[in-house]
Design a protein around this ligand. Sequence first.
Ligand SMILES: [Zn+2]
Length: 101
Amino acid sequence: MKYWEKLQNSLTKKIIACPVCHKKIRIPIKVGKTLEINCPFCRSVFQISFRSSMHELLKWDKNLTFISNIFAMGRRFTKIPSYIQITLYLGLILLLLYFLN
Ligand SMILES: [Zn+2]
């Protein structure tokens, strides 16, 4: 699979396990929405809701100190796939280059 295809798939599709038969299903991500999933294997129907992973990654807890928030963000950052990390790094570098010019 090509890099961009993989990245796009990871951002728009998610693989979940059916709660009844535990088979893996690929579903489209609809951030902030609740989807009704019809399992293609066992025909059971279940609901799934999404939260934005980027929002989740960058969330800021006002009850924590600045440093604690940075560390918490770093811990969440290491859990995401490496090709997304690379993309974020590249974006950050481009942003820095833009502002330094
Ligand atoms: Zn199923």
